[in-house]
Write a protein that binds this ligand. Structure first.
Ligand code: 3H9
Length: 698
């Protein structure tokens, strides 16, 4: 019998314990083990009831995602659940940690469910581009009603034990899962409660069956943000079958849909993103045994938009912060902005009403750099100018305690140069947050030439503690994300010169799935930032510069690549912009032509992939999947497209190399020639996925 599932009988109760670290996923061995143990307990005359519980940190966190796409092995989860349902003895799930996906479906197949107070329950399959494939779309609506079930399944968000109890998803909250379940089972037996299976209980469906509009409205609200994704719509449709399709037929249709989605590119992309995120946090090139330094207090220098956002991220995770400014007025403004921001979240119901106050207590505002002295980690978030950064780091070096990790939030600058002004370059690195820093998940951890391994691990560990996804990158202008963004920006400018208009380029990018096109994004950020940076580096972008020279600096000037009505952020096409583009091109002797959407997509995205390949050649990023994580969590790359490098594999590297060669020739742009790595992978018929596998520690 399988070792990953154990059976012990106490007091006429069989406890089936799944023990398959790290998260008790339902691998073939676990499924087989559950089936064998339940069948054994069922025929044991000394057993009246069966408890299904888990060892370790969590109840079953779902199907084993690594098995998807491989040939199915029996028994299927549906078969395991069917065996539980037909066994005749009382079966109860004892939940702690998380009961997710197939884990919750397993529990829904039991007669009763109890959970510890801190447990979380949900069906997050949609986040992997799937629908629950083992009865979840049919049993959850029978437990909590179809309107709430469709919300849970389409968003994939779990609920806590208290809400699960209130909604009827669990029957009791217990202190210790297995003991609590046994006690609950005994009460059920003593009270002679009927053993009703969810598959046979349609009571919660009655209202929506009588008035289908109740469900339709809930499904429409839940799928509103589906934006080109297949899974949310499939989830909603499957839940609707509870209203008109017999249970077993619906189960069959659910299974068919699951099998269709699991081979869909969108699900493959979302599963790639799941593992890429987890791989990214494994820092490469760190000797075994190196440990992160302890961090209890953090100092953040600069209370502007970035510094304030970073401070909020720490306070959100309960970590005290000393927030430092150069004067009282700046400090008061910064603290005021943070308070307002939290209060707005509380007003929307995002956090409890008393949370803004509790979080503000964690922020200690101070004037003067000497106040960094108690901090284990110092994060500098001042103006993006090398001279200022050097001054600040000289002062940090003078005041920070020995062993403190010293981080700069620079987006572009050379961290080796910044580290060189200190007497401790081994403690200096980059922590590049993305705006708004309290929301965006990405943190590029920039390893400079002399950064010590334990300092690097400290920054990565701290980023995880504040619920960011850390990705370690090397030093270069713009690191990974902004370096690729700059390439896209340059191609945007080139497309305008060829004949495209900003609104056409932006429409192609948003249709692809990014939240904003490059020109609307430029207007939002302010066009003067890039203009100034180009001037500093002696670079000219004729159209972009002409737009700025016309006083069109973006939303703040009510005009940039678009015009904006007072009080509105909605971009409106502006003939004046087209005239600036035409005039500039005429002055340069360029003839503009009609550009189709496919050319725009290729010229926007393939050069980014090419730059990604160069970044890998230079070891600035450790794995192609790290680049994907950066774009997914720092720039809103659509999750169902998996990131630029994953997308490249889907399109085919040979095709991309061919198109880059074509554009390099036709546009006379040598920079578009395929990078050596990209050309090599394409010629070998290899993929970026093969590089991921080669570099993975798995
Ligand atoms: C499903 O259930 C389909 C069904 O409808 C049935 C159809 C028939 N499989 O996240 P962590 C690994 S779809 C395989 O760092 P945490 C993970 O890769 C599934 N592996 O821990 C990592 O490995 P490594 C629905 C999995 O404490 C390690 O476990 N369920 C799985 O921060 C630790 O993970 C979900 O989508 C899995 N299901 O968070 C839940 N889950 O150390 C997915 C995790 O080698 N899981 N691993 O890098 C999660 O959301 C989080 O892992 C969880 C723990 C919240 C459970």
């Amino acid at each position: 019998m399988s070792e990953v599932v154990k059976l012990a009988v106490t007091d006429r109760c069989a406890v089936v314990t799944i023990d398959s670290p790290p998260v008790n996923a339902l691998s073939a061995a676990v499924r087989r083990g559950i089936l064998e143990r339940v069948e054994a307990a069922n025929v044991d005359a000394a057993v009246d009831c069966i408890v299904i519980a888990c060892a370790g940190r969590t109840f079953v966190a779902g199907a084993d995602i690594t098995e998807f796409g491989k040939p199915p092995q029996s028994p299927s989860l549906n078969e395991v659940i069917a065996a539980i349902e037909s066994c005749g003895k009382l079966v109860i799930a004892a939940i702690h940690g998380t009961a997710l996906g197939g884990g919750l479906e397993l529990a829904l197949g039991c007669h009763f469910r109890v959970a510890t107070n801190d447990a979380k329950l949900g069906l997050p399959e949609v986040k992997l581009g799937l629908l629950p494939g083992a009865g979840g779309t049919q049993r959850l609506p029978r437990a909590v009603g179809p309107e709430f079930a469709v919300k849970m399944i389409v968003t994939g968000e779990p609920i806590g034990a208290a809400e699960a109890r209130e909604r009827g998803l669990i029957d009791d909250i217990v202190e210790r899962p297995a003991d609590g379940a046994i006690a609950f089972a005994k009460r059920v037996v003593a009270e002679r409660r009927p053993l009703l299976l969810l598959r046979n209980d349609d009571s919660r469906l009655a209202d929506a069956r009588a008035d289908r509009s109740l469900f339709t409205a809930a499904a429409a609200a839940a799928t509103k943000k589906a934006r080109g994704m297949n899974a949310p719509l499939a989830c909603a449709e499957a839940v609707s079958w509870t209203l008109d399709t017999p249970f077993d037929d619906a189960l069959k249709r659910e299974r068919e849909t699951f099998l269709k989605l699991v081979v869909d590119d969108q699900s493959k992309a979302q599963r790639h993103a799941f593992f890429a995120e987890r791989e990214a946090v494994k820092v490469q090139g760190v000797p075994v045994g190196v440990k992160p330094r302890p961090v209890e207090r953090v100092a953040i220098i600069g209370a502007g938009t970035m510094g304030g956002g970073i401070a909020m991220a720490f306070a959100n995770a309960g970590i005290p912060v000393t927030l430092i400014e150069t004067g009282e007025a700046q400090l008061t403004r910064g603290l005021g902005m943070m308070q307002k921001n939290w209060e707005a979240t509380a007003a929307r119901g995002g956090i409890a009403a008393d949370e803004p106050g509790r979080r503000m207590v964690l922020i200690d505002g101070k004037v003067g750099l000497e106040h960094i002295r108690d901090a284990d980690l110092v994060i500098e978030a001042v103006f993006e100018t090398m001279a200022i950064k050097k001054d600040v780091f000289t002062a940090i070096d003078a005041h920070a305690k020995p062993g403190a990790v010293l981080a700069t939030n620079t987006s572009y600058l050379d961290i080796n140069e910044i580290a060189a002004v200190t007497r401790r370059p081994q403690d200096v690195l980059g922590m590049h947050f993305f705006s708004p820093a309290n929301i965006m998940k990405l943190c590029e951890i920039v390893r400079a030439d002399k950064t010590a391994a334990d300092a690097l691990l400290t920054a990565a560990a701290v980023a995880k503690r504040i619920r960011k996804t850390p990705v370690v990158v090397g030093v270069c202008h713009g690191f990974v994300g902004n370096r690729m963004l700059a390439v896209r920006g340059l191609q945007g400018e080139a497309l305008l010169k060829s004949g495209a208009l900003p609104e056409q380029v932006d429409a192609v990018i948003t249709r692809y799935g990014l939240p904003m096109g490059p020109f609307a994004m430029g207007d939002l950020a302010g066009l003067d930032i890039g203009w100034r940076s180009r001037q500093d580096r002696g670079i000219r972008w004729d159209i972009a510069d002409a737009i700025c020279e016309a006083g069109r600096l973006g939303q703040k000037a009510s005009k940039g690549y678009y015009r904006y009505e007072a009080g509105s952020r909605a971009p409106i096409s502006d003939p004046e912009v087209e005239k600036i583009i035409d005039d500039t091109c005429r002055r340069l002797g360029l003839t503009r032509r009609a550009i189709d959407d496919q050319e725009i997509l290729e010229r926007m995205i393939y050069p980014m992939i090419n730059e990604g390949a160069r970044i890998l050649e230079e070891d600035i990023a450790a794995r192609p999947s790290d680049i994907d994580v950066i774009w997914l969590y720092g720039y809103g790359w659509p999750i169902h497209r998996g990131g630029p490098m994953f997308y490249a594999d889907q399109v085919g590297l040979k095709h991309i190399v061919g198109r880059l060669e074509f554009y390099a020739d036709h546009l006379n742009e040598p920079a578009l020639r395929p990078a050596a790595l990209l050309a090599r992978l394409a010629s070998e018929g290899a993929t970026f996925a093969s590089l991921n596998a080669a570099k993975s520690d798995r």
